[in-house]
Write a protein that binds this ligand. Sequence first.
Ligand code: SF4
Ligand code: SF4
Length: 328
Amino acid sequence: MGSQTFDKNVEAVFESVGVTRRDFMKFCGAMAAILGLPPVFASRIANAIEREIPFAGEKRPSVLWLNLQSCTGCTESFTRSDHPSIAEAVLTMISLDYHETLLAASGKSACQACESAMEENRGKYILVVEGAVPVSDDGTFCTIAGKSGVEYLKNMSEKAAFVIALGTCASYGGLPAAKPNPTAAQSVDEFVSPKTVVRIPGCPPIGDVLMATIVHFLFFGKLPALDSENRPQFAYGKYIHEQCRRHYHFENAEMVLGFNDDEYRGGYCLFPLGCKGAFTKNACSVMRWNMGTAWCVGSGHPCVGCSEKDFWDKFTPIYSLVEGRNPK
Ligand code: SF4
Ligand code: SF4
């Protein structure tokens, strides 16, 4: 951790974390594909990361990561994503100056690291927020070094270039905001105005989506295209239903009615078991998890709609159909 100048010999840096040139090029190819860019962009992204990014020769972009009312699953998802060593490499491309879970320092020195990074990178750093913001009882349900999370968020977002609300809790309130919401948990954007808050929802979110958003910013010097809810379009442009391998069975009304029936074994549509894929936008079926091998529906479980605003209060019970909604 800590600020470093951008070294031309990125390859050596990557090697030091066990990433070969081949892995690196594969990663750049994957990032280009995720961002919807033609394959030729893979080598351009590699060049940009190695030499041409807007920050070359300068200090690396500073990222401050604030954990509020969270389970730390979003951090786990990012650091243990499809390419764990690549995640480490991306963390080498940026300067992760503050992250409560990963920071080696603690107590006053951790707070000082945060304060100095904010001052040194005023108006330029990326603030990633994980978790919801509890506001009841003056925010006492989430405090950091004696100050409320709300206070931290307001202060840190004020000096940031932009904010990424990572995960469903930060994006929409998520589990902490589910009824009866005893801590009055809210989404991050309620406290960050008028700054751009990029939402990357999911419980947890897909680590590669955060990586691709950061790579896009490094490469183009700006954020990727966002939808009306400020989610990156490259990942949230389509419903899971539209990209599901079982869609053919949905069209033919070939449905699974029980977890142990022949239709289940045949890989038919899980809609009657409460699948929310028709109401959920995310790239799970395309990007997948566990080294690109698996995702919920692919593994035989209905989509629970974890990346949607209505998750928990309107998308539960998990194994029931969503009231008043029918897939198109
Ligand atoms: S979005 Fe899910 S994984 Fe992330 S902090 Fe909230 S509960 Fe945990
Ligand atoms: S309802 Fe679920 S299982 Fe069926 S096609 Fe849609 S996403 Fe796939």
